[in-house]
Design a protein around this ligand. Sequence first.
Ligand SMILES: [Zn+2]
Length: 556
Amino acid sequence: MRIHILRAWVVALVLGSLPLSKVAAQEQVDLLLYNGKVFTADAMQSIRQAVAILDNRIVAVGGNALAERYSALRTVDLGGRLVTPGFNDSHIHVNGNPRRYIDFAGTSSIEEFKEKVKAKAEELGTGEWITGYGWSEDEFAEQRNPTRWDLDEAASQNPVIISRAGGHSSVANSLALKISGVDQNTPQPEHGLLEKDSRGRLNGIIREAAGMVSRFVPEATPEELRKSLIENLEALPAKGITSITLAGNSPSGFTEWKEIYDERWGMLPRATVQIQPSGESPEEMVFRVRASGLLTGQGDDRIRVGAIKIFVDGGYTGPAAWTLEHYRDQPDYYGYGLHTDAALYEIVKGLHEVGWQMGFHAIGDAAIAQAVKVFAQVLDEFPRYDHRHYLNHFTVKPPEETLRQMAKYNIHVSQQPNFTYTLEGRYIRNLTDERAAHNNPIRTVTDHGIFMAFASDILPIGPLVGLYAAVTRKGMSGKAYAPRDEAISMSDAITAYTRNSAYLTWEEDIKGTIEPGKLADLVVFSEDLLTIDPDRTMEVEVDFTIIDGNIVYERP
Ligand SMILES: [Zn+2]
């Protein structure tokens, strides 16, 4: 910022000595992008060719004539490439990981799984625990679980325990089992299972009882977690993400994020942090949040306080989503809600009354219906203009009556279209055909006049998977198992991921579109998402990401 002020002085001095006509012809900006296809996401979804940026704002959007009107410190000839507003992931999980942790998202074979463990063992040295998360046998070419023997081959001198995606199963190696005192004679845990192979030997898979082993893993230091959190945040612009809403943190967690932003602003995406209440009772949860002194909207355009986050139910990786119809092939199982109506009402009332926005996790149709009923009741008793309460996930299409109530009470949705892609197997296993087909509905919801923004959650992070699934409604198998009538156009999908997300945090006047006066947050893509075959969406690359007027990512 200091540099910009200095530069403005120099420009003013130079301009001061020039005739007026010359001043008009030589307006100075910092960055000029021209000869592109600029998708503005404005009300008309206008397409332009050029954008001029001064300091941290967009000063002009128009045709290539801008290149004559402005002289820029850096000029980029886009060669026809697509520019969009920066992506705003309206529900994302980002945190710091210990050094010993491995992220297995996207690992496609047991061989690759073993390679990652081996590399970590080499990095950490003999004897250090190795942990990690995110393998799934569904994604492995071998189509089987990893075992203790696989891990022993990769790292026999390090104790290892790795959680499956969803977190309900883990695999441990022989050294980890030995350190934990788990052997052939260990009784089965009360809730869970130590799996054995056909010859009766422990194979390392532990269901629902990973604590038997993971309690021996040394705790990470706050410093290493913070360092990793910063790295994980700084990795987001490479995916085209310029703003995020963190899906839940404690009030003290918010303070830590604020410190990071005060220190490191410049390479980070803008962040809104949802506050997740804690406590033994609804009264205690409300009391603690109120006592924190925080409130939705506090902060600035770098970091701010978002909505209250409550889990109304679980999810399909459990599977623990709370549904109105029983799970496929499980006539007695409906998942379950996590709160009674009365408890949810106490929380919503107690925080809505003092001005908080709600942004609740609700996946199953029973959970969605419950949350909407409670929101409506509280809004009847304590009407508030422009509350912008919303539900996250919204996987199972709720009954017609619930959709109508949402439109009437202005309850919005933050939808993750990439779930349609990533969780295809889960939906097909747990939902009947018609319900699986309408998973994570888009058009049915917006056709009811319900406002919707997009997000990725963490499955995986990055907008391109979501855009692909929103437009094609295809799953990982490549098959369109979800009907086309829930699909939307690419331009609407990009708008949902940019302009609409800004609305959920009352920032629609400062970001989310490419218009003069808006914050200069933009992405340049390698190909034109608006015209390519939608099946190729995920092959498109992010070439540049600009946040606050600075190029924070440039593809090597
Ligand atoms: Zn989430």
